[in-house]
Each structure stands twice: as C-alpha cells, then as structure tokens.
Design a protein around this ligand. Structure first.
Ligand code: NDP
Length: 448
C-alpha cells in the first residue's frame, strides 16, 4: 500500500535514503506514516513545525565497543548501542536487547516504536532503546557478568535517572540488569533508579516481571469486551516462552481461556489439555532449558521443530509474544482459515505489513504492539516513581495501576480511531494517539 499524502510520501523517501540497510526501521516508520495521513491533512501546523521530519531522526545514536574476556581467557568484542530517540515528554526510556541479530536497524525500529508506546502509557517517558549483538545463551554467569560490566562501563556516561533509564528486553532479564546496575553504582558512586527491572532487594518494583504479559491480557480483555467477546472458554495460541509469553499465559488462563501452545526459537509445543505453566516456568526461568523438554513430562503433548507452524494450530485468539516479523502473510492466512478472530501483539512488531493486511481483510480484531505490550514500560515508569519516592508499593497496588493504565490505553486508541474516521482500527488509533501527545510537546518546545 502506498501513501496518498504527498508530504508524507516524500518524507518517507528521504527516510529510506538516509537509513539504507535498515528494513525494520523503514517498516516501522511506514506503518506509522500510513496511520498518520489524516493527521497530516488535519494539522498543517505540525508540518510547519517540522514535527514529522524531526520525529524520524533520533536525537542521539551511540555505538560503542564492548570488549570482554571469556572463560578461556580469550578476548571477545561485541558492539553496543543506545538510541536516544525522543525526549519531548520525558527522559529516554526503553529496554536493552541482547541477541545476535541486534544491529542499528533493529534498535532504531524499537526506539521509534517506544516513543509512541511510552506516550500511550500516560506517564512522562521519552523513547529510547539499546542493546548488543552479544548472545547470553550458553554463556556462563561469569561471562555474562564480564560482558554486562564492560557494556555499562561505556553506557554509564550517557544515562542517568533524569536523562535515560534503560530496562530489560530479549536476553536481558533480572540477572543482566543486576550486573549492569552494580557496575553503574560502582563507577558513578550513586544509588539511583537508573535502570528498571531491578531485583526486589535493590529498588525493583513488584509486578514488573508480570507486567508486560499481564498488560497484554488486560488490553485484550478490553478490546474483546468492546467487541462483545471475552477470554472465557477461548482457545489461545501464544508464541515464545520468555518473560512476556509466560505471564500472558498466566493471566489469559486466569481470565478463563485455555492456552494450548508455546514456542521458543527451535520449535513449539501443542498441549490440547492446556499448557502446564508451572512446568514451563521451571524449564525456562529456573533451568534455562529448551521448550521441547516439556514433552518429557507431558508425552501426550506434541513438539514440532520450527517456529512458524505454531500459527497453523486452530485457535480463537493468537498472542504473538516472541519477536519481530514472526507472523507473515501465510501464517496470518492460516490463522484466519482456522477461525482465529483476534491477534493481539505481545512482542514488538511481530506481524509483517502483509500479515496485518490479512487481518483487516478478514475483519479480525487486531491489537498492535505499541498499545498492547505497553504494560511493561508502564510499570517501569511506576518503578521510577517508587525509586524517586524511596518507597515500595504492594503487588496489588502496582497491578491495579497497571490494569487502569491498560484500560486507558485501549480507550485512547479506540477514541482516536473513531475521531479520525477509522473505528475499530486500533493500529491507527494507537499511532495517532501516541503521536499527537509527543507532537504537541515538540511543537511547544520549538525547533530542538
Ligand atoms: P525473552 O528473552 O524473555 O523471551 C523471548 C522468547 O522469544 C523466547 O522464548 C525466545 O526463544 C523466543 N524468540 C526469540 N527470538 C526468536 C526468533 N527469532 N524466533 C522465534 N522465537 C524467538 O524476551 P521477552 O519475553 O522479554 O520479549 C519478547 C518480545 O516482547 C520481544 O519482542 C520484546 O521486545 C517484547 N517486549 C518485551 C517487554 C518486556 O517487558 N520484557 C516489554 C515490551 C515488549 P529462545 O529462548 O529460543 O531464544
């Protein structure tokens, strides 16, 4: 689909020229621009203020060497990134991804998405993202610690509790955040809320671990209710078996659904009786094993090698919670043909543009990532508030706030979609609502 608005079409061409070799970033900008066409028509003042030009260019891009010594005494070198994308409404905020696929284009797409996601949370947070092509899988704790310390030795020059507050993402869990926090404190000699997702004994927030997965389900619940449906007795397929997938499985089950499949980057399990989540937690969170081990305990379940087949399992609702572009056109068609009527995204940008077209063509309900998975960063924002107050709120308190934030996010997506004549298109609603708040702030602050 091509842009009809000439101004945005020309600008997208410039973005493509300037960011060659970064397809994920171009994909994210294209999707947002498609949604913003009616805004560009209605708000020439934002064009005059150069908001569109400025919002697609990161305020700062930091790329650095991360040398560390492995267990054999051999020097290894990774590449570190921090993209400080937009600080119009608050300090840069966004996670750190540690995965071999990480390069500039991935971090820029994630940082760009984060601007709108953070805006939707209603909390004062700008957009940023970082990470490295380091692969924590198969590394010893000592190796992970030495990598994290080296990474933070450079990163600490650029971040701070009022400047830029990183968090976890793929490959960065409590262990990595702990090592990074320790190194920041050692170098800067300050105990501040400079990272979120910290351990509970040193400033972490209760319910942060659960936040993204729970938030996806709270958002889904609102979306279903608004369309006369609910989680009750629905069959759900969830991809991934990491942080987001595990807690989405937990909450969807609590809300009355049956989750029948989970995956990792090697393959997927299908358990018709409903996933045994205690076992998955033991395998993935404690033993760091592969999902295929599940069938050793539950031989009645089935394991299949390869990831994309998971979308051929018949279900009512699909929650992709693994990684970007995991549902392509064919997978989306398989979902539609097998009766799936709702896709709500836990991972960032898990659906290709072609897959999204299939959802719309089949009148499926579609909840975009930047709205549906904003619960994680929302509770990170609440962790920052608790750190500033030097207080810890109860699990129930944080969970209630998360629930209310997710309801508000759904409401703003729904209302923005209606206001711009696209009722039921929550992707457009999320992009428009997220954009407008940041755009007003950028305009008010002048050309900076
Ligand atoms: P984890 O590292 O905890 O888990 C990621 C899961 O996805 C693992 O099961 C992993 O399998 C699987 N996976 C990773 N890459 C691929 C791939 N290329 N193909 C298939 N499966 C893959 O990460 P999270 O659960 O934290 O993050 C999942 C998604 O949610 C990401 O898109 C992330 O950006 C997004 N997200 C996370 C938030 C959070 O709070 N954690 C907040 C908002 C968004 P394996 O173990 O084999 O690698």
């Amino acid at each position: 689909m091509a842009l009809k608005n000439q101004y945005l079409a020309d600008l997208l061409e410039k973005v493509k020229q300037r960011n060659q070799g970064e397809p994920e970033f171009i994909q994210a900008v294209t999707e947002v621009f498609m949604s913003l066409e009616p805004v560009a028509e209605k708000r020439p003042d934002l064009i005059e203020a150069g908001v569109f030009e400025r919002i697609v260019e990161p305020e700062r891009q930091i790329i650095f060497r991360v040398p560390w010594v492995d267990d054999n005494g051999v020097t290894q070198v990774n590449r570190g990134f921090r993209i400080e994308f937009n600080s119009a409404i608050g300090p840069y905020k966004g996670g750190l991804r540690l995965h071999p696929s990480v390069y500039l284009g991935i971090i820029k797409f994630l940082g760009f998405e984060q601007i709108f996601k953070n805006s939707l949370t209603t909390l004062p947070m700008g957009g940023g993202k970082g990470g490295s092509d380091f692969n924590p899988k198969g590394k010893s704790d000592g190796e992970v610690m030495r990598f994290c310390q080296s990474f933070m030795t450079e990163l600490c020059k650029h971040i701070g509790p009022d400047t830029d507050v990183p968090a976890g993402d793929i490959g960065t869990g409590a262990r990595e955040i702990g090592y990074m926090f320790g190194q920041y404190k050692r170098i800067r000699n300050e105990f501040t809320g400079v990272l979120t997702g910290k351990g509970l004994t040193f400033g972490g927030s209760l319910a942060r671990t659960e936040a993204t997965g729970y938030g996806v389900c709270y958002f889904t619940d609102e979306l279903l209710k608004a369309n006369g449906k609910s989680f009750k007795d629905q069959t759900v397929v969830i991809s991934g078996s990491g942080n987001v997938a595990i807690y989405a499985t937990q909450k969807a089950t609590e809300l009355g659904a049956k989750v029948v499949a989970l995956s990792d980057s090697n393959g997927y399990i299908y358990d018709e009786n409903g996933i045994d989540l205690a076992l998955v937690k033991q395998l993935k969170e404690v033993e760091r094993k592969r999902i295929k081990e599940y069938v050793n305990v539950h031989p009645e379940a089935k394991y299949t090698e390869g990831c994309s087949g998971i979308w051929t399992i018949p279900c009512d609702i699909a929650l992709p919670c693994a990684t970007q572009n995991e549902i392509d056109e064919n997978s989306a068609k398989a979902l539609a043909e097998n009766g799936c009527y709702a896709v709500i995204e836990g991972a960032n940008m898990p659906s290709t543009p072609e897959a999204i077209e299939v959802y719309f063509a089949n009148n499926m309900l579609y909840g975009p990532a930047k709205a549906a998975n904003a619960g994680g960063v929302a509770v990170s924002g609440l962790e920052m508030s608790q750190n500033s107050e030097r207080l810890s709120w109860t699990f129930e308190d944080v969970d209630n706030r998360l629930h209310n934030i997710m309801k508000e996010i759904f409401k703003s997506c729904d209302e923005a979609a209606k206001e711009y004549g696209m009722e039921g298109n929550y992707m457009a609603g999320a992009n428009i609502a997220g954009f407008l708040k940041v755009a007003e702030a950028m305009k008010a602050q002048g050309c900076v």
